[in-house]
Design a protein around this ligand. Structure first.
Ligand SMILES: [Zn+2]
Length: 294
């Protein structure tokens, strides 16, 4: 937080944008194998060429003058006379100076991010993370909640990867939590509502993106909670909708299967998105919440 606030003070760009960029990059590294592990607190990554300049014969150059001469981006943020690619303050300062060229309004930040990443999805994810940090005014996003209140009747088992019954050959990309019609459905993490609406498979569904870039998919709802819209920031435990049996047909189709919540989790690698099994996480969150209640 101290580093983000320093970058804010240098640029007038609010701290939560730096936090959003940083958490986006951290998640990319966890999802991808071709980026090296970050060495400091800050996960923002510059390649050697980017940092020192493409034509710079010294790829490990830390001299601000020669880096600038070869068109490298690297700058000295902690004023020790060196621009180090592995120093948190230098890296964050370099990014802050880049962002500052565009200005501190959201539209300018959007333009700066687009220039930096050249990917719409990256810009959307970073701005989403930034609104979460802004809204909760904290970097602590570790809290989790089980998607159904524990005092309701429900049951689930591991079914990820099973064959599905409807809509051709697809594997089951989630865990089904069986519960009574209208049982509340809750956000499991901090995040931002990325999607809300009808889909012929999932029925009425909500998608929430957390600050690790993980996408949480809640399907077959009977209705949505009031005030849940695209862009709404949620906390773990916030009610987002209610269990139902919607889906498997045109808009409004219901009752083709017993009411349940289909809960899916997807990771973003920077290029693609893939499903992973939510069952182990569900077990952990359920146990943690039970312990807390005792
Ligand atoms: Zn399902």
């Amino acid at each position: 937080m101290a580093l983000y606030l320093k970058a804010e003070a240098e640029t007038t760009i609010p701290w939560f944008y730096f936090a959003g960029i940083d958490s986006y990059e951290r998640s990319l590294r966890q999802a991808k194998k071709d980026l090296p592990e970050e060495e400091g607190l800050i996960a923002i990554y510059y390649s050697e060429e980017d940092w020192s300049g493409e034509l710079n014969p010294n790829k490990q150059d830390t001299t601000p003058k020669s880096i600038a001469f070869f068109g490298g981006k690297g700058l000295d943020g902690n004023e020790d006379g060196r621009a180090e690619r592995t120093n948190d303050e230098d890296v964050l300062h370099t990014l802050a100076v880049h962002m500052n060229k565009y200005g501190s309004k959201e539209s300018s930040i959007r333009a700066g991010l687009w220039d930096f990443y050249q990917r719409d999805k990256a810009v959307e994810l970073i701005l989403g993370h930034a609104s979460v940090y802004h809204e909760i005014d904290s970097l602590d996003v570790s809290k989790r909640a089980f998607p159904v209140p524990l005092h309701f009747n429900y049951s689930y088992r591991t079914t990820w990867g099973n064959a599905r019954g409807w809509g051709g050959k697809r594997i089951h990309e989630g865990t089904d939590i069986f519960a009574g019609h209208s049982t509340p459905v809750r956000a499991t993490t901090y995040g931002i509502v990325e999607l809300k609406g009808w889909n012929k498979y999932g029925g009425w569904r909500v998608g929430i993106r957390d600050t690790s870039n993980v996408y949480h998919y809640f399907a077959h709802l009977s209705s949505f909670e009031q005030g849940m819209e695209r862009g709404t920031v949620v906390e773990p435990g916030d009610v987002i909708g209610y269990v139902g049996s919607s889906g498997y047909g045109k808009e409004g189709t219901q009752g083709k299967f017993p009411p349940h919540l289909h809960y899916g989790m997807y990771k973003d690698s920077g290029y693609t998105e893939w499903s992973f099994d939510p069952y182990p996480s569900l077990r952990v969150w359920e146990r943690a919440e039970r312990k807390q209640e005792k």
